[in-house]
Design a protein around this ligand. Sequence first.
Ligand code: PLP
Length: 393
Amino acid sequence: MNRTTPSAKTAGGDFAGLAAAADPRLFTPGPLTTSRSVKQAMLRDVGSWDKEFAAVVVRVRESLLAVAGVSRRQGYEAVLMQGSGTFAVEALVASTIPPHGRLLVIANGAYGERTAKIAAVQRVAVTVLRCAENQIPSVDEVDRLLSEDRSISHVAIVHCETTSGILNPIDEIGPVVRRHGRVFCVDAMSTFGAVPIDFAACGIDYLVSSANKCIEGVPGLAYVICRRDPLLASEGWARSLSLDLLDQWRYMERTGLFRFTPPTHVVLAFAQALEELEREGGLAARAARYQANHRRLLGGMREMGFREYVRPDLQGYIITSFLCPEDSHFEFVEFYSRLHDKGYIIYSGKLSDAACFRIGNIGRIFESDIEALLAAIARTLREMGVRLPPGVA
Ligand SMILES: Cc1ncc(COP(=O)(O)O)c(C=O)c1O
């Protein structure tokens, strides 16, 4: 045993092994099923002021820029933030919008609405452009709003609105925002690392994501990848001390460390997850695995008679909302709980206008896991007395 990779065997027994063996498979938008080696990377205690930890922080920030396909030379930076994804969205809204600025939030689901709520709580002037949860926003309407309202300084949109699974057209909206000279902010929480995003072509100024989504780390860490110029321009605008993005970046630049207690174990796991992403073949390979998972999931669910909430041409390959069947024997809580007892965790719906449940196909899962889930779903429906189309195995 070497000093840096302690065995999971302790006086308390092989707890890591037991936990992994007993763990269900997660078909959720995160926290996700992670590899054993990502979990094992946390079995260490490192000093938050230690140079070894500082080196990991530097490596993580560089890897994030590499996954994003941008560099410091091109004027981009990666800032890590303690907490879940919402903390980084709040840091962005609370500290990078000028006192007399206005945020336009384009919303077609709960996460867009959350960004608008953050703006309201932080006393940031906000305009919300809403569209139905199964529709993408109109680029012309964004163009018109930006022409009409000169007070809008920043525009925020969610890339994959995890509420439904819809993929918003950031490549069409971003260039419009840039043409109007406004700052473009993308919540890519559930896509970064597995859906290609061209920062330059989309005109992205700030992108937010978190450790426990497509990079397949554990929860507790979020990050913002941004252009240095707007970040530097935000001097003095922070409405929060702990969520001050510019101050966090400055401190990280100066010391290599976090300003306040970092989630050391989570950062170690994230560094391991980033290495595993690279070993898998990078973003392209991960995208291919998730796409294959998604295709298998859709095929199997459709065979059982399920229908998706989002039109196929708007649906991303991260998470899918399925309409609850109209069969009187179907009841979501029972369905969920029977699947849980078989070792499969799915997700409830989060839509305002349709009874749905969600199945994610991201995380350390493969087509064989999707096959196993589909078989468990078929078995569960039979147990509940829900009628299946003829010929379903
Ligand atoms: C698109 C999007 N934005 C924001 C969030 C909020 O992240 P968290 O729950 O980590 O705070 C999520 C969570 O799933 C998300 O999918």
